[in-house]
Design a protein around this ligand. Structure first.
Ligand code: ZN
Ligand code: ZN
Length: 342
């Protein structure tokens, strides 16, 4: 037990020789600088402080900026802080921060005010994007006679979704530009890692062949070589939804993935898994977008009656047990025989 040098009372713990009450008496516990600068990106509208950027509404960004600048005496720990702000003039807010503190287990309070000034700038991501910065190019190519432009657009969509999901945690990931070219599309990407991830994703999703090519484009400040990588992704002629020929039978290709493919036999509607190594022997019979629609005139258990889409004769077709049949059914004609495509 010691005594406070100011009031003489007994104190369990002293701070600079003072009891907690005397230590707190008249002392400014928290401070804020006269003003705090908050950056806003004129291009994307995100707010930044230091090197950290995030999408926020203006008042939240203003109050966060003030709270983050709050300093305390070294004996205190901030338990919580609440800010309230008022716009003084355009782009300048006065902000008061009220903080709950803990000093040696003794609760205390402190308050301070500052001016938060919003400054227009362009964040690093936007300046790179606006400057056409890129580190990799994804070249998606397909045989134009076999693969429709719809498939190419769908592949572009996949890449856009992948980039979106990565950019949530990494602001430096973006698509610089996408250009349609003869036989496909070129997608310029801000990083090598996202180019590699997109190439792998397309390879799994489409059974696409991929190749990569390095190009030395210069040296970084630290003398390290800087590369650009081009990922060439060649889509195969077959695609989920197509009717294919495989091992002498006809199937609907229902799924392509990194592990292989799923196909459904058009004769008995049994599903079958096909290994990736067997997939190169798939031959497209009819692309999904070229399948015909036949008008359904009757249904009887596992059979439907349709009008042949070419000659309008009535044809009986087997359908899978429990299949949902609407007013029309997808069909394919193989060697003069019509099949229902599930
Ligand atoms: Zn005292
Ligand atoms: Zn920006």
């Amino acid at each position: 037990m010691s005594f406070c040098v100011k009031c003489g009372n007994e104190a369990e713990n002293t701070l600079d020789g003072l009891c907690t009450e005397c230590f707190l008496d008249g002392r400014k516990l928290v401070t804020l600088p006269h003003h705090v600068d908050l950056k806003v990106c004129a291009n994307c509208g995100d707010f930044g402080q230091g090197e950290t950027w995030a999408a926020k509404d203006t008042l939240t960004a203003v109050e966060d900026a003030a709270v983050r600048s709050l300093a305390t005496v070294k004996e205190a720990r901030i338990v919580s802080a609440e800010a309230s702000s008022e716009e003084q003039e355009p782009f300048t807010y006065s902000v008061r921060v009220d903080a709950a503190l803990d000093i040696n287990g003794y609760p205390a309070e402190g308050a301070a005010s500052t001016l938060v000034r919003i400054k227009n700038t362009v964040c690093r991501r936007c300046s790179r994007q606006l400057g056409n910065y890129y580190e990799s190019i994804l070249q998606i190519r397909a045989n134009p006679k076999a693969v429709s432009s719809k498939v190419i657009r769908e592949a572009l969509n996949r890449v856009e979704n992948l980039v979106d999901s990565h950019s949530v945690t990494n602001r430096q990931i973006f698509i610089t530009k996408a250009e349609e070219v003869q036989g496909g599309i070129d997608i310029y990407l801000s990083s090598i890692s996202i180019g590699k991830a997109a190439a792998k994703d397309l390879s799994d999703a489409y059974f696409a062949e991929t190749k990569e090519a390095f190009k030395l484009v210069g040296q970084k400040d630290d003398g390290q070589n800087m590369f650009r990588i081009t990922y060439l992704v060649r889509l195969p002629d077959f695609h989920a939804g197509d009717v294919i020929q495989f091992e002498g039978r006809y199937f609907k290709l229902t799924r392509v993935s990194g592990g292989g493919a799923k196909v459904v036999d058009l004769l008995n509607f049994r599903e079958r898994a096909v290994k990736r190594s067997d997939m190169p022997s798939f031959k497209v019979h009819t692309r999904s977008e070229d399948l015909r629609e036949a008008v359904v005139v009757n249904r009887n258990g596992d059979e439907i009656q349709v009008l042949h889409p070419s000659n309008y004769s009535t044809v009986d077709l087997n359908v899978p047990a429990g299949a949902e049949i609407s007013e029309t059914a997808k069909v394919v004609e193989i060697d003069d025989v019509l099949y229902f495509v599930p």
